[in-house]
Design a protein around this ligand. Structure first.
Ligand code: MRU
Length: 358
């Protein structure tokens, strides 16, 4: 595969009109295969989110919003009650796909708010309701593109004088509408003529860093060096990186930030080495309804991801496994949160609410 082939593809697309379908890059196949899947029913959308064909907090939200429209394809325009019942069931069903990324619930809530108005205004005019719900999903998609580019513009100046950076998991175009959050900072710096060397944690157990981030950086000719997660301390000790930037899945009102498992240890390591640790995330990733990271639900995933990763048994039969997919980095370790509205720094409840609460 060459880079022009890869860049010609979009992470998420809506194909057709209101009776259309969702098309996704199947991220479980990368980097070996760049292949898209078409989701024509809600079960396929749910499964795509659950098994990480589409993943990354903003991308999950966008896919879920389109997923509701896909769900409505199962019902025709002759029965208003059946239509809105299917809407409610679709929202509830998609909300069970993954628990941690708040963007999923944020996107579904946007559709629920719109649906409430539509029901009151003209609950019986179902073709119009379909159009408006699809338009809202498209707005969520388009707004995410804009937020990602804006995050890059606010984040790039933070890397002035930095030659090496570290990132964890994948917070790139594959995790968003396009361009990414953490990777948007690197892409924007590169567009501004700043050559960066990005150290990429492989990100156990599902290797989003190795499979997706390294791939995205190479597509854009950014110097990328892949390391195992356990090598980050040594890379910092050798002063190969002067900053860390990662994404987030949910940020509490005090700035505590959940992201892919392993992020917390990177933040503690960065703190120990005097290296600034930044989170890059859009306002849709904040959950101001919770006081601290203690309230963030942490997804527990299948033990087989650890015992049988990528086609081979790597642990004895019957071994007990603990597989939390995310961890929470306390705000005190975060030098700044780069949002589409500006950089929150220092990361305090007051500053979070001032930037995001309005
Ligand atoms: O389990 P994943 O691959 O969905 O986890 C993704 C992450 O943790 C990302 O860093 C986060 O969603 C930010 S994406 C811009």
């Amino acid at each position: 595969m060459n880079s022009s082939t890869a860049n010609a593809h979009e992470t998420i697309q809506w194909i057709g009109q209101t009776d259309g379908h969702l098309r996704l890059i199947d991220q479980t196949l990368l980097p070996e295969k760049l292949k898209e899947i078409d989701c024509r029913d809600i079960e396929t959308v749910w499964e795509a989110i659950k098994i990480l064909r589409v993943r990354g907090a903003p991308a999950i939200g966008i896919a879920a919003a389109y997923g509701v429209t896909v769900g409505l394809n199962a019902v025709d325009d002759s029965d208003t009650d059946a239509f809105w019942k299917t809407f409610d069931e679709s929202v509830d069903y998609l909300a069970t796909s993954r628990p941690t990324a708040v963007n999923l619930f944020w996107a579904l809530d946007r559709l629920k708010t719109l649906a409430k108005d539509l029901r009151e205004d003209h609950g019986g005019d179902l073709p119009t309701a379909r159009e408006k719900l699809l338009a809202e999903a498209k707005s969520i998609h388009q707004e995410d593109r804009e937020m990602c580019h804006s995050i890059g513009r606010f984040g790039a100046p933070l890397l002035e004088g930095v030659s090496g950076v570290l990132t964890h998991c994948n917070a790139g175009g594959l995790a968003t509408a396009e361009y990414g959050t953490a990777l948007s900072v690197f892409f924007t710096a590169q567009d501004q003529g700043h050559d960066l060397h990005v150290f990429v944690d492989e990100t156990r157990p599902l290797l989003q860093g190795a499979r997706l981030t390294a791939w995205e950086l190479m597509q854009r000719n950014i110097k990328a060096t892949l390391i195992c997660d356990s090598m980050a301390a040594q890379v910092m000790r050798e002063q190969k990186v002067q900053a860390v930037v990662t994404g987030a899945d949910r940020i509490a009102s005090n700035g505590d930030s959940a992201n892919k498992i392993g992020t917390y240890s990177i933040a503690v390591l960065a703190h120990a080495h005097g290296i600034p640790f930044y989170i890059a995330a859009p306002s849709s990733t904040f959950d101001l309804g919770i006081e601290s990271g203690d309230e963030i639900p942490i997804e527990l995933r299948n033990s087989q991801e650890i015992t049988h990763g990528f086609g081979r048994q790597t642990a004895p039969d019957g071994v007990e496994v603990y597989n939390p997919a995310f961890d929470v980095t306390p705000a005190k370790y975060i030098a700044g949160i780069i949002t589409e509205r500006g950089v929150i720094s220092p990361v305090t409840r007051e500053n979070v609410v001032a930037m995001i609460g309005g």
